[in-house]
Ligand binder design. Structure first.
Ligand SMILES: Cc1cc2nc3c(=O)[nH]c(=O)nc-3n(C[C@H](O)[C@H](O)[C@H](O)COP(=O)(O)OP(=O)(O)OC[C@H]3O[C@@H](n4cnc5c(N)ncnc54)[C@H](O)[C@@H]3O)c2cc1C
Ligand code: HEM
Length: 467
């Protein structure tokens, strides 16, 4: 007989919440992860923070692979009382339901619809009138339409022979066409009016409803690594490459929601190593996955693998991962702090916000680098700031600056963030990505400025979000 699986209540789990004794619930199963803390690739801190609780959501957001599911089995000690028999955690998927509801029709479309509806009602009324009057003024219509001499011979009897249905069709056609022509003329007039719809290009005009392709699912798989070939490798800054990978067909989309990232894995010296990267391409860029990666000579994955990649090499990817899935309306103001290659998740959001005609979010970016030549994606950032000044302001900060430099110099300070970032309480968030020293110093300063301290696992609702 199979051994009984021990059952625990949430209260039983809650008391095991320390570094020496860490239990947690993940999708109805109870795990004792005490001996795994130091081996956890996502860090001991996140496990300690969630010890004693139901960590399912945080676990899903990290986008764990099949490897993680295998390892988990070793630490499973039972199940949560009343949780059913679910054994495996739910992989993170880009849900089809994540697509936004169709937007309200635009003003212009509303006018067209009204005119169309009026024409239809008029047609229906005319048909009724035609049917009721029999030989009235409308009896001439069929002849006018068909220009058929045979019919004109006996207009009255012929038209009397038509029933409601024919009359309805004819009148509908005439009034429908007339309605269409009139509505087109009106629309032309509206578009030609200088104060309406003829804005300069940088002002956003609401557009008609379209599905948001940035939220669509695609090629990526959240728990299984799949490979793509490298088709382009270009040095864009010291030790930094733009790597372009080809999706299986030119129409394929990556399927990465804005704000999430992917993992790259490789076997290095007989050990599997994986690291996170945020593509600079998105679902609007069909057929490709594009990354900007800074390579460190001592870096395990970058120095040991990515820097050596040759065109045609196949690289393993999986995703989407991460707690940020940006959608218009997340908040009104965003302060962004990026250091070096930490610009990539910010760039992803900046691009999505600026390219969305209906997104009025205001972003203030502080982008810190060692020297001017280390600034990544500068052309793109400057172009967005120029074109969408209401959406984006960029402030570059350098450790060592040339004489002609007009941006900031030195480290990110509390004063600089107070000056450039939105204050707390105006529907604002601050997002940070960069080297640990910068991230920790900035977190501390932001708490002093009144922002709520973030936990070790970021959530979308956090005031300070760490990528
Ligand atoms: C959500 C997320 C998205 C990311 N997106 C990108 C991206 O788009 N492009 C990109 O280039 N990187 C990105 N990173 C960083 C990336 O995941 C790796 O940390 C980085 O490539 C180094 O990996 P490695 O194995 O080569 O270095 P490791 O072997 O992990 O580190 C070895 C040494 O390399 C140096 N080093 C490593 N990382 C950094 C750093 N960030 N700053 C300064 N020194 C460092 C240090 O000296 C370190 O001791 C992202 C990280 C996260 C968490
Ligand atoms: C028994 C429980 C767990 C196991 C066995 C486990 C295992 C792993 C493994 C193997 C990885 C490396 C990447 C991968 O292969 O998926 C990983 C990464 C990670 N894990 Fe866990 N994990 C557990 C629980 C958790 C929980 C509860 C959290 C959050 C609270 C978490 C957060 C993370 C994070 C943030 C990463 C890094 C993801 C990245 O690369 O961006 N893990 N974990």
């Amino acid at each position: 007989m199979a051994a009984e699986i021990p059952e625990f209540t949430a209260k039983d789990v809650a008391i095991h919440n320390s570094t020496e004794d860490a239990w947690m619930v993940i999708h109805g199963q109870v795990y004792n992860v005490t001996k795994y803390l130091n081996d956890h690739p996502g860090g001991a801190e996140v496990l300690i923070d969630t010890a004693g609780t139901d960590a399912s959501e945080a676990f899903d957001n990290a986008g764990h692979s099949e490897d993680a599911f295998e390892i988990m089995a070793e630490y499973r000690i039972g199940k949560l009382k009343g949780a059913g028999n679910r054994k495996t955690a739910k992989p993170v998927k880009v849900a089809a339901s994540a697509a936004p509801k169709p937007k309200e029709p635009s003003k212009a479309r509303g006018i067209t619809t009204t005119i169309g509806a009026t024409a239809a009602v008029a047609a229906l009324g005319a048909a009724g009138f035609y049917y009721a009057s029999g030989t009235g003024a409308f009896t001439a219509l069929p002849n006018l339409i068909f220009l058929n001499p045979a019919l004109s011979k006996n207009t009255v009897s012929r038209t009397r022979g038509l029933g409601f249905f024919e009359g309805f069709l004819l009148a509908s056609a005439v009034f429908g066409i007339a309605g269409g022509v009139v509505s087109q003329k009106i629309m032309k007039l509206l578009h030609a009016h200088p104060s309406f719809m003829n804005y300069p290009p940088h002002i956003k005009i609401p557009k008609a409803a379209k599905p948001n392709i940035l939220l669509q699912g695609g090629w990526l798989h959240s728990s299984t690594y799949q490979t793509l070939p490298l088709v382009k490798k270009e040095l864009v800054a010291p030790n930094t490459y733009r790597l372009v990978f080809e999706l299986p067909n030119p129409q394929a989309v990556l399927g990465l929601p804005i704000g999430q990232h992917i993992a790259i894995a490789a076997d290095i010296n007989g050990k599997s190593v994986s690291r996170s990267y945020t593509p600079v391409s998105n679902n609007a860029d069909k057929g490709v996955l594009e990354l900007v990666i800074k390579c460190y000579p001592q870096g395990l994955l970058t120095g040991g693998y990515l820097e050596k990649l040759q065109i045609g090499d196949e690289v393993k990817f999986r995703g989407p991962k991460g707690a940020m899935r940006y959608k218009r309306g997340l908040c009104k103001n965003i302060g962004m702090l990026a250091g070096g290659s930490g610009i990539t998740p910010m760039y992803q959001l900046i691009r999505a916000i600026c390219e969305d005609d209906q997104d009025t979010t205001k972003i203030s970016l502080i982008y810190a680098n060692r020297s001017e030549k280390d600034i990544l994606l500068r052309q793109e950032l400057d172009a967005f700031a120029r074109r969408y000044p209401k959406n984006l302001q960029v402030y570059y900060l350098l450790d060592s600056a040339p004489k002609s430099w007009t941006g900031g110099v030195g480290y990110v300070t509390k004063e600089l963030m107070a000056e450039r970032f939105p204050p707390v309480g105006v529907d604002s968030k601050v997002m940070i990505c960069g080297p640990p020293g910068m991230v920790n110093a900035a977190k501390k300063s932001l708490v002093e400025l009144g922002y709520k301290k973030p936990g070790s696992m970021s959530k979308m609702s956090d005031e300070v979000f760490l990528f």
